[in-house]
Ligand binder design. Structure first.
Ligand SMILES: [Zn+2]
Length: 186
């Protein structure tokens, strides 16, 4: 799947396979196909197929690393089969996505969904600061979860409807958002 999944259903099915997740992320992270040790920067690393981890040939702490190391997914017990559909949703839902929607769509708890959105939000803020996300783009908190979580259900539904797609229909925003979500991965 060179261009990635086209629908949420495709995303959920595709990313249910851990090998697909690892391959997808490795391609984004190392476009030239050469894995790099996140600790020492060496490219002398080998993939340990049965552990689904890489191992650096240099002797140093953390010489074994998974695809999550050095990304927003690091140190979280949440599987790639949840993280990747969430990132797909954020990049592809023109009306934005709330923790409540993720909870319903992917069957994770709302607390977990909120945690994932929070990490993405921080990564997007970093991307904005470092110029990866263009300056005219406001990362509206309601767009990626945040406040909607605390609203009463009926208000929340209305807020989700009211958000509309105007902001996201402008393609520079979509491009920036996709860039930010991609950069959030690594
Ligand atoms: Zn190393």
């Amino acid at each position: 799947m060179a261009d990635g999944p086209k629908t949420l259903l495709e995303a959920v099915e595709y990313f249910a396979d851990e090998q697909n997740c690892i391959q997808y992320l490795a391609t984004k992270r190392w476009p030239d196909g050469v894995a790099v040790c996140p600790t020492c920067g060496s490219t002398k690393v080998s993939f340990l197929a049965n552990q689904k981890r890489w191992q650096c040939s240099a002797r140093h702490p953390k010489r074994q690393f998974s695809i999550k190391v050095g990304t927003i997914m690091e140190d979280s017990p949440i599987g790639l089969d949840k993280w990747l559909p969430v990132l797909w949703l954020i990049a592809n839902c023109r009306n934005g996505v709330s923790s409540w929607e993720i909870h319903r769509a992917l069957g994770v708890t709302q607390k977990t969904a909120w945690f994932m959105l929070h990490r993405v939000r921080l990564a997007m803020q970093d991307a904005k600061k470092s110029g990866k996300l263009r300056g005219d783009v406001e990362v509206d908190e309601s767009y990626i979860g945040g406040k909607a979580r605390n609203m009463h259900k009926s208000r929340k539904l209305k807020a989700l409807q009211d958000k509309g797609g105007g902001m996201l229909e402008r393609s520079p925003f979509r491009e920036s958002l996709n860039a930010a979500v991609t950069s959030a991965l690594v």
